[in-house]
Design a protein around this ligand. Structure first.
Ligand code: GLU
Length: 296
């Protein structure tokens, strides 16, 4: 008789979640390679999600560039790629659930009113403002939130002291990254997050929101960032060079070298990744927050 049971959830589901705010660059490749090899070396799944909720920041054709690089560099996602801009109703629904449970409130404070004060004092918490055309903030509590990063060690933050209630939806209606990332990590069944160390201090915010929503905890690994010759992290703003699909084998070698993995032979990208997975060794990845070399 065929089994009616659901297949068991894999113990490892990882993901690569680029934002199409510019073409993929060498720093993004390091994240893609590490998240892929880490998942596959543990017989896990690897998913791709395009984080495109911030529509004004979308860079023309970068979505296409990301998709063609994923293919050209030999990555094989285990499910169809999802796009967050197709899921806005879903995030809105979660916001409404949070509203019903009194976890969020509308805030009329503008950036100008808040000035340089990075910690939000909760001015609008008790004003009961209507939700229309206002920013929506999540309440935080006075509690230390800690996690053990697989590379960066233990990190703690008291969100009340370090940040205050934070924005889940902007006044212009854009769903904030923090909300979309937590909801999608949950709905995609993600168990392990491997991403750049620039996102390390977002983690407690995401853990807090996940806790409020009753979602399980995830494992985190924050990778050291590739820096350019001026000591800045490679980014679209710093004009990092776009990856070129035909350079995939050489770039893969360089990315694995940056992660201090054993060398792989020049071959097709698929075969190179296979070799990298077989040799994958987390213990060799540098623990610091930055890779000092002059990358482009
Ligand atoms: N979309 C984010 C970025 O491109 C990454 C989000 C994440 O990995 O949590 O920087």
């Amino acid at each position: 008789m065929p089994s009616t049971q659901q297949p068991p959830t894999p113990a490892y589901v990882g993901r690569f979640a680029p934002s199409p705010t510019g073409p993929l660059h060498f720093g993004s490749l390091i994240t893609a390679v590490a998240s892929y090899c880490d998942a596959k070396s543990q017989h896990g799944q690897w998913l791709v999600r395009i984080e495109d909720t911030d529509i004004p920041r979308i860079f023309p054709n970068s979505e296409q560039h990301i998709l063609s690089c994923i293919e050209a560099f030999g990555f094989e996602p285990d499910a169809q790629i999802i796009f967050q801009k197709d899921r806005l109703a879903l995030y809105q629904n979660i916001l409404e659930q949070l509203h019903t449970k009194n976890w969020v409130y509308a805030c009329q404070c503008t950036r100008k009113m808040l000035g340089s004060n990075a910690i939000y004092s909760g001015t609008c918490r008790h004003l009961q403002l209507p939700f229309q055309d206002q920013a929506i903030r999540l309440k935080v509590i006075d509690q230390n939130i800690c996690f053990e990063d697989r590379l960066q060690g233990r990190h703690c933050s008291n969100l009340k002291d370090d940040l205050g209630d934070f924005v889940l939806k902007r006044r212009d209606g854009i769903i904030n990254y923090q909300l979309a990332v937590v909801v999608d990590d949950y709905l995609q069944g993600i168990t392990h997050v491997v991403r750049g160390a620039d996102l390390l201090d977002n983690t407690q915010r995401q853990m807090w929101l996940a806790q409020v929503l009753g979602y399980p905890l995830l494992h985190y690994m924050h990778l050291p960032l590739a820096m350019n010759g001026q000591g800045q992290k490679l980014s679209k703003q710093n004009m990092a060079t776009a990856l070129i699909p035909k350079n995939a084998p050489y770039d893969l070698q360089q990315a694995l070298q940056a992660l201090r993995q054993p060398a792989v032979d020049l071959d097709t990208p698929q075969n190179m990744l296979k070799q990298a997975i077989a040799q994958w060794n987390v213990a060799s990845i540098p623990h610091q927050m930055q890779l000092a070399e002059n990358y482009q």
